[in-house]
Write a protein that binds this ligand. Structure first.
Ligand code: ADP
Ligand code: MG
Length: 308
């Protein structure tokens, strides 16, 4: 099987009619609506860095698209298209069909079309570029936080890092923690609902402390958050209780929850979104005029993941 038959068999899907030209020509061609801006981002997942050889093809596909969609979610964008550059060590049809089926499943779930890509031979790595739309000028930026804003986090944090820790030690974690690690859900509906409500937003991929600090640096503000307000699953909270290891929640990566700030007056809108979307949104602290990030309840330094 050569790369052209791989593309034909696994990666040529039907697209919605805003895609004039999809997979099969030199580039994809897409119709634009002038009231919108294009929002685009790319992420690479490499075997041995972002996933291990023990991960299933289905999980690798799911996570590869999910982490990219999470970036669109953090901007408040509508997910529309993606391209897939995949490097494969060999043609393994069982692996490819599991990968393509899972990719299709999450693409359908979040209503995004595969419009092109590249297929090469090499170490297993997956690069996905996502494109979305946002109403002109409405993107949720890291730079918009204002002193006095309340800081919120969606769902629970720390589960993915906890699951990874357990896996690396060959110790058990619940299925729900493992799912948080292997098949994270991008918070696209939440991101959309926060447009016009949140002043700033980021998705938590490298750990709350590091990602919230990106908001603080971009917005030139500080923040005060408190450990006793952090939303934790029962499992993670029991783990922290017995070890004192707050770093799992503060610096653990891979949560893909949204961290955002809103003006106090918008607090009721946040509660409305919480009940409409049935997703827990926890107020964890407040934006301050300056002073960096202060974490009440834990004073040690955690190290967040960095590639270099
Ligand atoms: P080119 O030589 O112009 O780069 P390719 O042979 O790499 O073209 O790709 C042929 C077509 O298939 C292009 O439309 C490309 O976007 C698409 N394509 C290649 N690999 C993938 C993939 N993994 N997923 C989706 N589309 C792909
Ligand atoms: Mg090519």
């Amino acid at each position: 099987m050569n790369e052209f038959s791989i593309i034909d068999k696994y990666f040529s899907w039907n697209c919605d009619n805003s895609v004039s030209v999809g997979v099969g020509d030199d580039c994809a061609v897409i119709e634009l609506d002038s009231e919108y801006q294009i929002v685009t981002s790319v992420d690479t997942l490499i075997e041995g860095v972002h996933f291990s050889s023990s991960n299933s093809a289905a999980d690798i596909a799911y996570k590869s698209l999910s982490v990219n969609l999470s970036d669109l979610a953090a901007m408040g964008a509508i997910a529309k298209y993606f391209t897939l550059a995949i490097s494969l060590p060999r043609v393994d049809e069982k692996w490819l069909s599991e990968f393509a089926n899972s990719l299709k499943q999450i693409a359908n779930k979040y209503n995004i079309d595969l419009v092109g890509g590249d297929t090469t031979k090499g170490h297993l790595s997956i690069t996905i570029n996502v494109t979305g739309f946002i109403e002109r000028g409405k993107s949720l930026l890291r730079s918009g936080a204002k002193p006095g804003d309340l800081i919120f986090v969606s769902n629970n944090i720390g589960d993915a890092a906890y699951a990874l820790r357990q896996k690396q030690r060959n110790e058990p974690a619940t299925l729900s923690a493992m799912n948080r690690l292997n098949t994270p859900e991008p918070r696209l509906s939440l991101g959309r609902s926060l447009v016009g409500i949140a002043n700033s937003c980021i998705d938590i991929s490298d750990g709350l402390e590091q990602d919230l600090s990106h908001i603080l640096n971009s917005s030139k503000v500080g923040a005060r958050i408190s450990t006793d307000k952090l939303p934790l699953s029962k499992e993670v909270s029991e783990y922290i209780e017995s070890t004192g290891d707050w770093c799992i929640a503060l610096a653990g990566g891979d949560d893909y929850e949204l961290c955002f700030s809103v003006d106090k007056r918008n607090k009721k809108n946040v509660h409305q979104i919480e009940s409409d979307l049935k997703i827990k949104l926890s107020e964890i602290g407040v934006i301050t005029p300056n002073g960096g990030l202060i974490v009440d309840g834990f004073s040690a330094d955690c190290s967040s993941y960095r590639h270099f």
